[in-house]
Design a protein around this ligand. Structure first.
Ligand code: SF4
Ligand code: SF4
Length: 290
């Protein structure tokens, strides 16, 4: 089983359109994982029908039992996050500031603090219109731990792939270089970088390449909108060549991306020209994985 992760240094490069197209072009022995949990949109293209859902229980919140509290103030003294205050003769915990570290519960002399686990989102398993299974998730409003949620989505997809003898786990990773991306990269066999020839696109591509290098994973790049700045495209290609990164394909600027999204289709289904280029790119990746 091989795990292929699609990421981009910045948002708006067409990462999800490329992942959706690879999902369409991949064999039936593929399972999909949408790890862009902060702004998931693969479902727009794949129209999943939810089969199962479960709560994502992750963070903790300190809750005081006032029947046991002896108002000693130890919780106030130790909390580094200014989550404990003293109001109306009582020590109170501010839910927004509480980081769930549990220090207050450890020092409380009367065991008055209970660390309660919180529901931070939902994990879903769905059947897509492509007849492939999609593992995806939704982070609750204001909830943290997106890196942990990504790991959970990915691990569930990998477990499913192993149990069902599937060959490929195709992951839509998060944009940027933060915790969710690091979580998306862990354990991957190949990384597809989607970029565009803009100053920010090229800058963020270099940052994300530095990150992937630390994981020692082979990389390939899709340059989207390659004709909007030919000079920058040439510079990106030279950089990829110097870094020994595979150039998977170059896609021209095409409103087929937007039109396909509006119709809820992948761009590979919508445009023959783009579809053929992405098919060749996908073939290249699968050959490399062999
Ligand atoms: S759990 Fe940690 S952050 Fe929350 S109130 Fe206790 S010490 Fe403060
Ligand atoms: S440490 Fe425990 S007993 Fe002391 S004020 Fe806090 S909750 Fe109450």
């Amino acid at each position: 089983m091989k795990e292929i992760v699609v990421i981009s240094g910045k948002g708006g490069t067409g990462k999800t359109s490329v992942t959706g197209s690879f999902a369409y072009l991949s064999s039936e022995k593929t399972v999909l994982a949408d790890c862009d949990v902060d702004a998931s949109d693969l479902h727009i293209l794949l129209k999943p029908e939810i089969i199962t859902e479960e709560n994502f229980l992750s963070s903790y919140l300190a809750v005081i039992d006032y029947d046991k509290c002896v108002t000693c103030g130890k919780c106030f003294e130790v909390c580094r996050f200014k989550a404990v205050s003293f109001e109306d003769d009582k020590f109170r915990i501010n839910n927004i500031n509480c980081e769930g570290c549990g220090y207050c519960a450890k020092v409380c002399p009367s065991a008055a603090i209970d660390m309660q686990i919180q529901n931070d989102g939902k994990l879903y398993v769905s059947k897509t219109r492509l007849n492939k299974t999609l593992f995806h998730a939704e982070l609750g409003p204001g909830a943290e731990n997106s890196g942990k949620l990504v790991a959970k989505v990915k691990n569930n997809a990998k477990k499913y792939a192993r149990e069902n003898n599937l060959e490929t786990v195709l992951v839509d990773g998060s944009p940027g270089i933060g915790c969710p991306v690091i979580s998306s990269l862990s354990g991957a066999d190949y990384v597809v970088l989607v970029t565009e020839p803009t100053v920010s696109g090229s800058h963020d591509l270099k940052r994300v390449i530095e990150l992937v290098k630390k994981f020692k994973i082979r990389m390939g790049c899709v340059i989207n909108k390659c004709d909007i700045n030919l000079k920058l495209t040439a510079e990106i290609k030279q950089f990829l060549n110097d870094q020994k990164i595979d150039l998977l394909t170059e896609l021209p600027y095409d409103d087929a991306f937007t039109k396909a999204m509006i119709e809820g289709k992948t761009v590979a289904e919508f445009s023959n020209e783009i579809g053929t280029k992405l098919q060749r790119a996908w073939y290249k990746i699968t050959e490399l994985m062999r």
